[in-house]
Design a protein around this ligand. Sequence first.
Ligand SMILES: Nc1ncnc2c1ncn2[C@@H]1O[C@H](COP(=O)(O)OP(=O)(O)O)[C@@H](O)[C@H]1O
Ligand SMILES: [Mg+2]
Length: 412
Amino acid sequence: MYIISDTISKKKIEYIQQKDEFDYLKSLIDSLEKGNSAGILLQGPPGTGKTLLAISLAKAYKASYYIIDGSPDLDRRDIEGNWELLKDETKFNYGPLTLAIKDANDEGIAFIIINEINAIRENEQISLNSLLSENHINLISKGFEKHELNSESKLIIIGTMNLGVIGINKLQESFEDRFIITPEISYPLKNKEIDIATRVSGCKEKVAEIVVDAARQIRKQAIQDYSITKIFSTRLVVNFCMLISLMPPKYLKHNIENVIINKLGTTTEEKKSIAMILDGKMFETKLKQELISKTTSIMNVEGMIDKDSLDQILTNTKVCVADYISKYGRSNAVRYNGSILWKLITWMWLNKRETLQDYFKLTEFLDLHTKYKQEQGKNYLFNGNITLSYIKWLYRQKSEDLKRFIDEYPIL
Ligand SMILES: Nc1ncnc2c1ncn2[C@@H]1O[C@H](COP(=O)(O)OP(=O)(O)O)[C@@H](O)[C@H]1O
Ligand SMILES: [Mg+2]
């Protein structure tokens, strides 16, 4: 029912502020009196980064955080703790509320993040109520064992609540009352959303612009005439931008259908209506143009590169390496075993960046960029260009793959 997340998460994706909401909340938490738990209720449409904002706040304090996914099935015992029947004894497993109190007492601050808090039943809200107003909980199933926040610590409870286009769920009034503030997170302004999509997905800015523009049009339509019931969220914008930048352009059509149309449209009518909006904006044509232009991917629609472009990239790289060797000598470029030295890469990054980036784009063929995404949670492109951290990662973590790659595309 809940996930305990450690503070050292591999994923580096952080919340990007729309205005100053992160700073504001951070300042609010800073100024809270110790010895108290405080509730913050983030409201807004789905996929606007509410959960991410909450996690990023916890990370800013290097604090432990517990995520509870609210649902009507959530039982009081899930959050307080429950008895487990072992062979010939029973064991009490403490739940996220008790664990968070302990962490806060040990470390000075801890966070509880409750997604879709409005989905929690009234009964379950009670255990949160006493924590919010009296800074302690009594475990009913464990003889009313009391767990209390000490006077030196803060416990931050962040609830997130999705306000969909249709149907707004409300919180119990007495419960809602206990949250000290209820900021509203809405869709970002156009340029901010383009910025978020570019930075989080690593796609070209132009790609993000086309997608955000379509998303806004579809949102507008959804509000106007209820012809589309699901929401084109910022999350969907980001995911779509990421997929189309990582996958060969020949799958663009599949991605538009599967990621946007089928996902947003529940009925045939809705799907048609979304497809029409996209067609009207020449969505596919415009995106394809961006995706196959050289700065994004070296692959063409078939996922191949034409021989001339490949030869050109390899020649440029060889010329550049030869230039370096003539200046600094071969021993500053390669080791005895043939592996290249980092010095050479740094020099190219500073002096011949485009050549270096074009060369490392060839690693797309080995799918190393997707591994990078999976392992590091980061994108290998920024604004369509290879990043230095991707190259560093290849060099440090994937040296075997890199060696094989260089054997295949020699630069000497
Ligand atoms: N302001 C933002 N900064 C960074 N990423 C964002 C932002 N808004 C949305 N996203 C993207 O949307 C995804 C989903 O956000 P999430 O926090 O789960 O939304 P919510 O909780 O509002 O439904 C994030 O993982 C990220 O990719
Ligand atoms: Mg969420």
